[in-house]
Ligand binder design. Structure first.
Ligand SMILES: Nc1ncnc2c1ncn2[C@@H]1O[C@H](COP(=O)(O)OP(=O)(O)O)[C@@H](O)[C@H]1O
Ligand SMILES: [Mg+2]
Length: 243
């Protein structure tokens, strides 16, 4: 039986740079796979090529419940249950928080049978712990933490089976990071399967069921978080080789 979500032999090059090289990973249903690695190790490129936003892979497959999603168009991948957030808060600054999420629900409606877009957007914002009193505030006027929640809510509005979060804790205070941690665990509790790229290692190790580490586009470790962060190859990738 195939895994719930599985990538096999994914590769992407930019000129001479192998941003992602022959990457294979599996994630079980309802689990969190943490993804770590130094800057430039290919983490965001992995999310880009799995969602085809903004570009696809050179080689490889990504199977959701046994179906290769990489033969689909980007919007079909999203409708079929793989949604992502971005490392930078990718919101429409002049649109209100709820209108940002409505952009997603409008686009998803036909495929997923939404009858009431506004209700779907409100539910997504609530699931993302976004304050109800700020639904009509322009996203550009919100602090970074709330802009991140709007972006997460937009992904949640697709009712994803697999949620890809790219550094949700970056630029946040310790208190806000704790709130992101609770939110991620709440989403897991709701049955979502999550891939989490994160530099904040305490958050990553606290929530991840398994942890994968990339270095120069290649998977160098994959296993239980405590074992992986003690792996000499991982220590070397982060801190440099001992002289
Ligand atoms: N659109 C692009 N064009 C050219 N090079 C890119 C592009 N996106 C990423 N890269 C390169 O691919 C490598 C991996 O980048 P990225 O996936 O963003 O790393 P990470 O998210 O782990 O910091 C880096 O060397 C980066 O410069
Ligand atoms: Mg990145």
């Amino acid at each position: 039986m195939s895994a719930f979500f599985e990538v096999q032999g994914l590769s992407k090059s930019f000129g001479g740079i192998h941003a992602v090289k022959n990457l294979s990973l599996t994630v079980d249903e309802g689990k969190i796979l943490g993804i770590a690695g130094p800057n430039g190790s290919g983490k965001s490129t992995f999310f880009n090529i799995v969602t085809k936003v903004p570009f696809g892979a050179d080689k490889g497959t990504a199977l959701l419940q046994g179906r290769n999603i990489l033969t689909m168009k980007p919007h079909e991948i999203a409708r079929n249950g793989v949604a992502r957030t971005f490392q930078r808060e990718n919101v429409f600054a002049s649109l209100s928080a709820i209108d940002n999420v409505l952009v997603t629900t409008e686009n998803a409606r036909t495929a997923r049978g939404f009858t009431d877009n506004v209700k779907a957007a409100e539910e997504a914002l609530e699931l993302a712990d976004f304050p109800a009193t700020l639904h009509n505030t322009p996203a550009g006027a919100l602090p970074v933490f709330l802009r991140k929640l709007v972006m997460i809510a937009s992904a949640l509005a697709l009712k994803p089976k697999v949620l890809l979060l790219d550094e949700p804790a970056s630029s946040l205070t310790p208190h806000e990071i704790a709130r992101i941690q609770s939110l991620i665990l709440k989403l897991k509790g709701a049955g979502m399967t999550i891939l989490l790229i994160e530099h904040v290692l305490p958050l990553l190790t606290a929530v991840s069921d398994r942890l994968a580490v990339l270095n120069q586009g290649e998977l160098i470790a994959n296993g239980l978080p405590d074992e992986v962060i003690a792996n000499p190859l991982v220590v070397e990738a982060y801190l440099g080789k001992k002289q």
